[in-house]
Design a protein around this ligand. Structure first.
Ligand code: KG4
Ligand code: ZN
Length: 337
């Protein structure tokens, strides 16, 4: 039995997890930096990197303690090394390299986006490949043909903002604070999703592409008029709830429709969804409805595996089995794919 220690620092969560080569997760610890970034209305890369430096060793200690293991029991180090904020990624990558070198154990670099899909495999407790993978987070909105855990072909991507980024920006327009996703979801629950008919980009288009920046602007104009400035005071409560609900409905409609199109195009009947936005209950509900209608199998992990965490880096086990180890020149790679 080999014990893995995994590290995640791609954005604003410092996380560590311990799992075994049979994919049993023994511990998963996440230290959020939300409070540090809230007053800026978004993640400040330099602040994120510095906070990772402070938080990483205590988070690793806690993950080991919870797993009832010591560093000497660890047989492999895994780290999300791509994609993400380069300074933030570097913190995790440097720590992982130092640990692997000091312990004399293999190092495995893991793609954070592939790991979001692998979170579905972890939660399912059985093979879920081949499947369509939808990654919807603060940094990504993309559809993949996932032939296996390590073989993903990009089917479509966002042309501008990611869905989570749109949630965060709309939250700022509506004066709902940061992080935006959960705040918009709470506000939307009080509103009417058909009050405003917001644009649904590429909806009737064959292409598996997304665009959310026009939607964000439409919310801004509906909120404050055509001469709007994003920093204007938020609207009154009832209007705010309707705007949040109508915005959320537009995002959810588009995401569900593109997943349906991707399954039709590829003939695949399994959908795996990952990333922070998949914590959204309206999205989960819509995808459930769509998959029942399409006679498809839906996999969305529990909340703690949707948002950033290190347990999903258990994808490293697949690489480890194939002997796909990283060398000590493993680098942080900020770009997607
Ligand atoms: O996967 P994640 O934790 O980090 C990235 O890799 O980006 O995703 C964070 C994103 C943020 O934009 C956040 O607003 C969004 O996920 N999010 C949500 C919800 N919870 C988090 N969006 C909509 N509804 C939610 N409940
Ligand atoms: Zn993520």
């Amino acid at each position: 039995m080999t014990h893995f220690l995994a590290i995640e620092t791609s954005c604003d969560e410092t996380a560590a997890a311990v799992f075994n080569d049979d994919l049993r997760v023994l511990s998963s610890v996440v230290a959020s930096q939300t409070d540090l970034h809230a007053r800026f209305g978004g993640v400040v890369p330099e602040i994120a990197a510095r906070a990772h430096m402070r938080n990483l060793l205590p988070v690793i200690d806690e993950a080991l303690q919870k797993a009832d293991l010591k560093l000497a029991d660890i047989g492999c180090i895994a780290v999300h090394h791509t994609p993400g904020l380069v300074g933030a990624l570097l913190m995790g990558v440097s720590a992982a390299k130092a640990l692997a070198f000091a312990l004399g154990v293999p190092l495995v670099g893991v793609n954070h986006v592939a790991a979001h899909i692998f979170a579905c495999r972890l939660a399912a407790g059985r093979d879920i490949y081949p499947c369509i993978g939808l990654v919807v987070s603060g940094g990504h909105t993309a559809l993949f043909h996932c032939a296996s855990p390590l073989s993903m072909t990009l089917l479509g991507n966002t042309r501008d903002d990611a869905a989570g980024e749109a949630f965060d920006k709309v939250a700022a327009i509506l004066g709902l604070g940061f992080p935006g996703g959960p705040a918009v979801e709470r506000e939307a629950a009080k509103g009417n999703p058909t009050a405003y008919r917001f644009p649904r980009a590429f909806f009737d288009d064959d292409r598996l592409e997304f665009s959310f920046s026009g939607l964000k602007t439409a919310v801004l104009y509906a909120c404050h008029g055509q001469n709007a400035k994003p920093s204007q005071a938020p609207p009154a409560d009832a209007k705010r709830a309707d705007l949040a609900a109508s915005f959320q409905a537009a995002v959810v409609d588009v995401l569900a429709n593109k997943c349906k199109q991707a399954m039709k195009k590829t003939g695949l009947t399994r959908l795996a969804v990952g990333g922070g936005v998949s914590a959204n209950k309206a999205l989960r509900h819509k995808l459930e409805e769509m998959c029942i209608k399409q006679d498809a199998e839906l996999h969305i992990p529990p909340m703690e595996l949707c948002t950033d965490n290190a347990a999903m880096a258990a994808l490293a086990v697949e690489k480890w089995k194939l002997g796909q180890f990283a060398t000590l020149d493993l680098d942080a790679e900020p770009n997607f794919i």
